[in-house]
Every structure is written in C-alpha cells, then in structure tokens.
Design a protein around this ligand. Structure first.
Ligand code: ZN
Length: 320
C-alpha cells in the first residue's frame, strides 16, 4: 500500500500584475512570500510562491503573474474556489479586515459544519476563508504584523472542483484514499483521514455545465502531497493502473512532481514534501532574491532584465 494522500501540497493559479498580486497575498492575507523564481517552462515570467513562514507543504499558493493576461472565466473541469483554514472564532476578524482593506466579502454562512467567507483576489480568483473547529496551530509570516497570530491563515482548507459529472471524478478521489463524508445539494465533500491541511476536496456538480476559459484569476492546477519520492512512484503506478495518463517525474527544484488530468478535466499534480523551499536560501531570507535553477543561472542577467521590477514590503502598509 502506498502512503496515504493527506492533503494538498500547493495550488497554482494565474495572475496579471505581479506587484498587485504580491501585495494582496502578503499585505492583505498575511502570507509569506516564500519563493521568487521564474516559470521554468517560460523563463520570461515570474513564478511566485506564498505560504506560511516556513513555506510548509499544505500552505503553498503559487502564481504565474503574466502582466498582460486577460481575465479567465470559471467553468466545469476547473477549480472553482480555493479555501484557506482559520479557527471558527477568526471569521469575524477576517470579515472586518477584508472590508477594511477594501476587499468585498460575502459571509455565506454555514456550509456543512463550517463558516465561510467568500471573496476574490484582484484578478478575480475565487477565494474562501473557512472557519472550522479543527484548524491547527499557526506558523504565520514574520512580516504579517497587521494580522494577530491567533487569526493567521493556517494554510489550505481545501478546494472546490466544478464538474459536469460526479462519478468518474469521485472514483479518482476514492482511489487516492479520500472518502465522501457529506453532501449538500449539488456539493459532495471528500475528506482524507486525519486533520491535515488541505484535506477537503468538494465536487460541485454544475446544473448547466459550461466551459470556462483559463486566464488571470483561474486555477491552473492543484497538487497533492507525497511524503517522498518512493511513495510518489507508487502513486504513479496506482494511477496509471486506473487508466489515467500520468507524466514521468519532473524535477521542480523544490519538489518532484507527477501530473495527470482527472476525468472531469482538472489538472492534478502530486508533489513531494522534500526538498522544500529552504533548499537554496535560508528561512530568514525566503523570497528576497530571485532564485533560478542551476541550468538557467548562466542566463541570469538576461532573465532579470526581462522581468518586471517588483518590491517586497517587509512591513505591511499602514504599520510602523
Ligand atoms: Zn504545481
């Protein structure tokens, strides 16, 4: 038996303006900018990573900020919402903090046993903050001095997948060891054992399925975490035996990855926890310098010249 999937490793989305993206996630949501690198397949664009103070798996939200990207629209076969985990009693703080920061937010009320705030990032990416009883301890960004540590985002609660149909996507989640634990209308909740970050995957079956368009604000893929390379290879075999087309292992420097498209169309990845984001810089200075994989170092000056200039504010706006 392969080691179980406990939850998400990261979520990767598309943004437009890099500075606006950086400011929203660090200053308003209080995440740490844990890695400033480039899209390895497209060295002319950034790849940003945000997370908790250490860049722990299960907290990592990453973006390809393409300055001229047009806005996407959500349809079936896509991740419709990305949810962060906070304690139940932190919902009021977040509602007020988002409103005070100029971010429209809807307190949608109870979904299953949780309290949900729905809002969007500057590119229209649909986000949620979910208050629930099992939120774990926080490891907040050392620079998020405008967010009380007790209320800090813990990492992912989970995601909602918009789907045209239920059965085949459900089957893949079950193969991955998640169990259906609840349903409410057209929403079906899958959960892995334990209370790990990013372990809630909801299938939302669309009444009138329409296809969306990838663009700014769209989630490009979601990644589940593997303990190590050996268990990733086991999962590669299990998924292939299910008839899924799984890629060979790819070296993403900070983790190793395999990819496959679930039958409903959402791109899934599995990423190893090691080696992690402290591989090429210290925990103290995460995100401060542009990091390149070794094979691109010879082209550093060319790459740097093509990237938009960005500024990382270590102290949130309005805080001395
Ligand atoms: Zn990924």
């Amino acid at each position: 038996m392969a080691k179980p999937i406990v939850g998400l490793h990261h979520v990767t989305a598309i943004a437009s303006d890099p500075q606006r993206n950086l400011d929203f996630y660090t200053e308003i949501l209080g995440l740490r900018f844990v890695k400033r690198t480039i899209n390895f397949d497209d060295p002319g664009s950034y790849h940003f990573y945000f997370g908790d103070d250490a860049g722990s798996p299960g907290t990592i939200l990453t973006f390809f900020p393409w300055p001229n990207a047009s806005r996407g629209s959500i349809g079936v076969g896509e991740t419709a919402a990305t949810a962060f985990s906070v304690p139940l009693e932190s919902i009021l703080f977040w509602e007020q903090h988002l409103l005070a920061s100029g971010v429209p937010v809807e307190h949608t009320g109870k979904r299953f046993n949780e309290d949900v705030l729905a809002f969007a990032d500057p590119d229209g990416m649909r986000l949620e903050i979910v208050g629930h009883a099992e939120a774990g301890p926080a490891n907040p960004s050392r620079f998020a001095t405008n967010i009380p540590a007790a209320h800090a985002i813990r990492g992912f609660f989970g995601v909602t997948l918009a789907e045209a149909a239920y059965d085949r996507t459900a089957r893949v989640l079950e193969v991955m060891g998640l169990r259906k634990v609840a349903e409410q209308g057209n929403r079906f909740r899958f959960l892995s054992d334990g209370a790990a970050l990013g372990n809630h995957i909801d299938i939302l079956v669309a009444a009138n399925p329409t296809y969306g368009r990838m663009g700014a604000g769209s989630v490009h893929h979601i990644a589940f975490r593997n303990d190590d390379d050996a268990s990733q290879l086991e999962w590669q075999e299990i998924l292939s035996n299910e008839g899924l087309s799984v890629t060979p292992v790819q070296d993403r420097t900070y983790f190793h990855s395999i990819y496959f498209r679930e039958p409903g169309g959402v791109l899934f990845e599995m990423a190893t926890n090691p080696p992690g984001f402290a591989l090429d810089e210290s925990i103290e200075t995460l995100g401060e310098a542009l990091k390149l994989p070794e094979w691109l170092e010879p082209k550093r000056s060319l790459i740097e010249a093509r990237l938009p200039t960005i500024q990382l504010h270590k102290v949130p706006a309005g805080v001395e």
